[in-house]
Design a protein around this ligand. Structure first.
Ligand code: PLP
Length: 395
């Protein structure tokens, strides 16, 4: 007998599981090199070499009782200080360890943030398309997701619509840039517009409104694209960060939340978030992973590999006649389905051994997501298959 609130999640899970099983079945039957699996956002670029060396050094250098022991629920002081200094160097901020809460990746960081600020019935506004796990995170704290529209040509937020959606039930607006699934990066102008509306609404409603910036893809920005640092534009901002993608460490579960001094009652919010981290069951972020971050705070994955994939896939798909926005960041492409029902398009793609995720899994039917964190060969070899798929739709 499982909990009622888990039942819809489990129904959705079986759809995802079916998709993975289908991929495994196709690989076993056809050979992995003949399956063009663009369904998973699992980094294929290895973690930088410094990571391995840091692990070896830490095990040699650290007092193992301290290393493996319980610690402050916010994380090791020296690691939080190193993260703060790195942010200050790169973004001209003035954070200290008091502003950095180490978390078990962004998923946990988001849960900690929402647990800290949501009362039952509070609304969180999210621009669609978005990472659908947000729905479950918000539900964990009896909150409600309110979807806000984006421009379907650019996937930029519809600022006027945002204005109309903020009410006395709103507690937060959640943005994700660089974006999963579109790869879009919000410009400074867009961040300023969101901040201005939230500021105005805060005054008008006499109610604290938080901006949550979910930034696991911050470091994956191409052609020198600028990703504005959101705390500079709006005081009540949480930045949720993760090393899952920026250092290719998704299984290691490490990230952090920034709670700036400028936030209302910042110290109380920080203490509350620290307690939320503890009682969420995470207790604290994994200690070895924290120490790795302390040593490799400015390390980077090889962005060129993703960039090469991005260009090859984008140009290949365009050449086949497909319609999509060239992603500026992350490692996803959001393709317009040539037919209204994108699940039908995904099913047709399978005939050519192409696996992609329907846009309805991101609250945006009519599109499909391709994760191009795959080998370059997969991209190159998939283009003839896409060409056949395009021909089926007369493109
Ligand atoms: N937010 C977005 C937009 C994501 O795409 C993901 C993972 O794919 C997460 C959060 C969770 O990342 P993490 O592995 O850091 O928990």
């Amino acid at each position: 007998m499982i909990a009622e609130r888990m039942k819809p999640l489990m129904a959705n899970n079986s759809a995802i599981r079916l998709m993975f099983e289908e991929g495994d079945r196709m690989r076993a039957e056809l050979g992995a090199e003949n399956v063009f699996d663009f369904s998973l956002g699992n980094p294929n670029v290895p973690a930088p070499d410094e990571i391995k060396q840091a692990i070896l050094d830490i095990l040699e250098e650290e007092d193992l009782v301290v290393l493996h022991g319980y610690m402050s629920n916010a994380g090791f002081e020296d690691v939080r200080e190193a993260v703060a200094e790195s942010l200050n160097r790169r973004f001209g901020t003035s954070f200290g360890s008091r502003n950095i809460l180490m978390t078990v990746g962004a998923a946990s960081g988001l849960n900690v943030t929402l647990k800290t600020i949501l009362n039952p019935g509070d609304e969180v506004i999210i621009f669609a398309p978005y990472f659908l796990e947000y729905n479950w995170y918000v539900k964990n704290y009896d909150g409600k997701v309110v979807q806000a529209p984006t421009d379907k040509k650019t996937f930029y937020p519809d600022i006027e619509a945002l204005k109309g959606l903020i009410t006395d039930k709103t507690r937060a607006v959640l943005i994700n840039t660089p974006n999963n699934p579109t790869g879009v990066i919000y410009s400074e102008e867009t961040i300023k517009q969101i901040a201005a509306i939230m500021e105005e609404k805060q005054q008008e409603l006499g109610r604290t409104l938080f901006l949550i910036a979910d930034e696991p893809y911050r470091e994956l920005a191409y052609d020198g694209a600028h990703v504005p640092y959101v705390t500079k534009y709006y005081d009540n901002t949480f930045v949720v960060y993760s090393y899952s993608k920026s250092l290719s460490l998704p299984g290691e579960r490490i990230g952090y939340v920034v709670i700036p001094d400028e936030m209302e009652e910042s110290a109380l919010v920080f203490e509350t978030a620290t307690a939320a981290n503890r009682i969420s069951g995470a207790v604290n972020a994994p200690s070895l992973q924290q120490k790795i971050i302390g040593k490799c705070v400015d390390a980077k994955v090889n962005l060129e590999a993703y960039d090469r994939n991005r260009t090859a896939l984008y140009e290949g798909l365009k050449d086949c006649g497909f319609d999509c926005v060239k992603p500026e960041g992350a490692f996803y492409m959001f393709l317009k389905s040539p037919v209204e029902d994108e699940t039908e398009f995904c099913a047709a793609a399978k005939k050519y051994n192409i696996l992609m995720v329907p846009g309805s899994s991101f609250a945006c039917p009519g599109y499909v997501r391709l994760a191009y964190c795959v080998s370059y060969d997969t991209i190159v070899n998939s283009i003839p298959a896409f060409r056949k798929l395009a021909a089926e739709y007369g493109l």
